[in-house]
Design a protein around this ligand. Sequence first.
Ligand SMILES: [Fe+2]
Length: 381
Amino acid sequence: MSISFQTVPSIESGLGKISVLPDVCNRLNIKKPIIVTDQGLLQLGLVEKLEKILEKNNIQTCVYKDVLADPPEHNIFDAVNLFEDFGADGVIGFGGGSSMDVAKAVSYFSINKISISECYGVNKLVNKRSPLIQIPTTAGTGSELTPIAIFTLESEQKMGIVDPLLYADYAILDADLTLGLPADITAYSGIDAMVHAIEAYTTKIKKNPISDSLAKKALSLLGSNLRIAVNEPKNRVARENMLLGSMLAGMAFANAPCAAVHALAYPIGAKFHVPHGLSNSLVLSKVLQFNSLKAENMYCEIAADCLPQLIGKKITIDDFIMGIEELIADLKIPKCLKDVGITSNDIPKLAEDAMKQERLLVNNQRELKLKDAVYIYEAAL
Ligand SMILES: [Fe+2]
């Protein structure tokens, strides 16, 4: 069996681990980092906390605080301008997937003056990037461990830059940073992480024993802690397990890529600005049903990891899909496309846009055509 596997070279994980940041900057010879983040974290006071830790160690910072959800390309270039004005020498991504994705691009475009349109796709980057540290504040995207950056174009299409150059130098995971997350964001991002692991385990082309092991461990951590993290936001054990699970899922899908759930979720996020994890959640069970024709055995293999109540039982595909639907219902988040303002009139365009996600669709176990995308969206309505 031929296996290729890559990941971030250094990971620091644990409660209170943010304290190692100055040391990590020193190891990477970063003296003037730009922090790439969003207004929400600024208002929570977390950015100030980060700045203080660095200032105490004589590391000057500047902050790009305007990353938007489903980040547009201008976020990258506004941040690169600030990087240059400040004379920065490294990038710290601080936040959810949007901030970390922008941070990846800033680290690249701060050195390489080329058009971003030449960079979309897989393995399109050349040369090098500025030093990059990623610090997630949600347990979901796993972006700290992936070489993928997703942006929303003016055409409302989501495009990805996927290249090993975008692996960070360091990822620092501190679950204390996630304690203030509201229940809905915890639920959306937790489902996103579970989808990463489910799609990694069932991916068609690059499925391999390393990512399989990571995906199963990720799902057992996420499946047994998601309800707790949503209902008990200050539960540090549950938060730490969620962050670890999300990271392992990120490590898995960086090497065994996502498929149809993400392909169908992206147009929902791009056009209706539905949070990424919720977009996934809205189509998840219908894609599982569609895929079960080809992936039934694989789904049954991970069912008890996702759903601890199935441990020790003889599992059918219906147990798995119904269990996932029950989990989503328990999280008290929108359950169908109508709940987020999508109507049947929107489906043809959503399906058309989903078919453009070829990078993802090639990984789906069951071939998915335009009529199938329409069928799945209609079932999810
Ligand atoms: Fe995702």
